[in-house]
Every structure is written in C-alpha cells, then in structure tokens.
Design a protein around this ligand. Sequence first.
Ligand code: SDX
Length: 431
Amino acid sequence: MTKLTKATITFDNGAAPIELPMLSGTLGNDVIDIRSLGKHGVFTYDPGFMSTAACNSDITFIDGEKGLLYYRGYPIEQLAEHCNFMEVSYLLLHGELPNAEQKQQFTNTINGSTMLHDQLSNIFRGFRRDAHPMAVMVGVVGSLSAFYFDTMDIRDAKCREISAHRLLAKVPTIAAWSYKYNLGQPFMYPQNHLNYAENFMHMMFATPCEKYVPNPVLAKAFERILILHADHEQNASTSTVRLVGSSGASPYACISAGIASLWGPAHGGANEATLTMLEEIGDVSRIGEFIKRAKDKNDTFRLMGFGHRVYRNMDPRAKIMRTTCHEVLDALGLHDDPMFKLAMELEKIALEDDYFVSRKLYPNVDFYSGIVMRAMGIPNSMFTAIFALARTAGWIAQWSEMVSDEELKIGRPRQLYNGCTRRDLLPIEQR
Ligand code: SDX
C-alpha cells in the first residue's frame, strides 16, 4: 500500500474540502494531523479519545490486535524475564538499557533517596487509620511539593532528573508506610542493601521485633509485577500526568494526580475489584450467575479484570502474570488455592462465551495480579498502591518526555456545546 501523505475532508454543504497532512511513526497507525482544523471552524469529536493520538512519544508501543507491548522497542516478555525493575526504569527514562556501571550508579542514586523527610511522617498521622492506602498516597505524594522547592524549574534537565529519581525512590516508601499506618504498626525504614523489590517487601512486612528476610521467589515475582506495570502508553493515568504537567505543575503534583486517576476501578483499581469480585463469586457454581450479570445491559456489573480499551487480543502481561501465579502458588504450596482455581475456571468459561469472544474481551493484567499479590500476603487494598509505585517509572518518563519537548503546549481540549443559546437575565421577582 502506498504511503499516506494527506487526508481530504469534504463537506456535503458545498464548503471547500480541507486537506490535512498524514503523519507516520515507526510503528502503529498513521495519524491525521488535525492541528490546523480549528481555523476552518470545525473540531473533531472523540470523547474517551477512542481514535485520538494526544501526543508524540518514543517510550511504549502497544499493538492491541496482536497483543504486543514494547518498552523502548524491547518486548515485555524479554524485559520481564531478563531484567530487574531498576534496569527497566532506567530504560523508560533514558531510552536505552543501562550497562553494568550505569545500572549500579542508577541503583545507588535511587537508594540514596528512599528515605522520607522526617516531618512527612506527621502527614500520615492526619489520616484516619482505616483510610484507603490510595487516598493516603494521593495526599502524601502531592505533599512532596511542599518539601522539595529546589527542583521546581521543570525546564531544567537536572531538576527533572532529580525529581524523577526522588519519586522513583520515595513512592515505595510512601506506599509501604500507608500500609503500616493502616495496620497501626511502626514505619519500617528502607534497607538500601536490599534490591528495589526486596526493600519494598521489607518495609511492608518487617517489624522492629524480628529479622525479616524476603522470600527470593516472591521477591522475583514482585519484581516481575513491577516491570509488567511500569508503563502502558497513553492510558488514563498517564494522560492525566501529561495534562497536569502541561501547565508546568510540580512533578510531585503530577504524579499525585496520576495516582488519583489510577485508583478508579475501570483502570488500576481493577486488580482490587477483581479480587473483591472473585470473593463475591466465591464458588465455581456461581460463575454462571455473574457471567449473566456481566452481559445484562441493565446491570452495571462488569467482569473485573476483563476487557481493555486497546487490547483486542490477550494482554501479553496477563499471560506472564498467569505464569507468575503458578510459580508463586507452587512456591507457597498454594497450588490448590481456591481463588486461583476459581479465576482459571472463570477465564475458561468467559473465553468460551460468545458475548466475550465477539467483543474481544480477554483477561487483562489486573485479572491475575491480584491473585499473585494476595498469595504473597498483600491485602486487596494495597494492590492498586503497588500498581501506582510500578507505574511511577512510566509516569515520570512520560512526564519528562513531554516537558522537555520544545513543542510543549498546555493541554486544552475543546467541546461540542449543547447548552443554552444566549438569553437575558430576568430579575429574581420575575423568575
Ligand atoms: C487497566 O488503558 C490502559 O492501558 C490501562 C491499563 C494500564 O496498564 O494502564 O492496561 C490498566 O486499566 C486495565 C483495564 C482494567 N479494567 C478492568 O478490568 C475493568 C473491567 N473492564 C471494563 O470496564 C472495560 O473493559 C474497560 C474500561 C477496560 C475498557 O472499556 P472500553 O474500551 O470503554 O470498552 P467499552 O466500555 O466500549 O465496552 C465495549 C463492549 C460494551 O458492550 P456493548 O455496548 O458493545 O454491548 O464490551 C462490554 C461493554 O459493555 N464490556 C464488558 C466489559 N468490558 C467491556 N462487559 C462485561 N464485562 C467487562 N469487563
């Protein structure tokens, strides 16, 4: 097929056709460059951005039809198998995998920033003990803006890098402390001789009373969960980070906004919602009842962990997560875990049901991640907090790419207005 160079819009009222340039990337769909459309007196209309490329990015590529996911060109399967989270974070931020020296230096830099300012611990104490960890994370991550004034010049590359490192280093501590606060246990400080995953597990599960040694199988599985969740193109929370960042807002405020968006059950909150759903189904005998509800247009219930805006094939992360599930449950002697068996049966039944097959609704990354984390002793309420700490790597890479773009413009969508036309005000006695 010859390369597309332009698109022509014709109108059925005799108005002059509009010619628009086509743009091509290295992979994926070509795009129609509509930036000049407004001056012709028309807008495009695409609520939910189903067919809109909102930015130009080099970071992550998804092919929804083929079920492909690349970070900077590397297939997610290879990264999940051969890299650790520090290497993947470096790759997302810098565009290349680090060599051994760069990896060690990056790891040391992140380790040097894992502690929180001591006054930050007071902010946790302003929350109710039973506050959802995501509510605490939105608040505490946002409050980093009140502690770090030295890197607010986002046009300065060094400031951007320091902010990125601080966020990558501190969000796990904030997430773990949100959990400890919930439990009423003392905060556990980072132990920087541990790797990123082990350090987080230490802060989550250790207590001052006894030595805690992270289970290496679980730490490896946790590392893989972090890698799988690190970035995912222009999803709702990443688009939120970009839109907030386009106004020049503090990077800490941008990531706090991303955490808020991720919390929704249609997005990152789906892992927690999937487990809640499985617990509600309870037994294989009730799966049919819930499948029926998921198909009923009059019922707001949706099968959590199924479907995706982009993937019209199996989410490649779900496949890896399913394997990780087996490994963790075997390592813990939980291969007969009823929740896992229920999930496998639900997946099997749904994938044979025409409603799901015809709509290309496959399990997504959230379908299995909750089962793995639950098996690791992580409470449902922390699943999305862990998604957030993994996605911080992607958010700061996407934010940094955007703010360093000379063509940066504040994000300001327009609308299709359906409100009242002009009318004059009546005095109150005549209303
Ligand atoms: C994540 O964007 C990303 O990349 C996100 C993410 C990332 O890494 O950042 O991948 C992480 O958020 C994964 C998605 C997690 N969410 C869930 O598992 C929640 C359950 N899924 C759905 O809510 C839904 O599938 C969405 C929100 C994920 C996608 O919704 P879309 O693209 O807006 O799809 P749609 O609502 O237009 O649905 C199309 C059809 C509809 O039926 P019809 O109108 O054609 O009859 O499919 C149906 C929907 O009713 N449908 C479902 C369903 N998902 C879609 N029906 C039952 N159960 C579901 N889960």
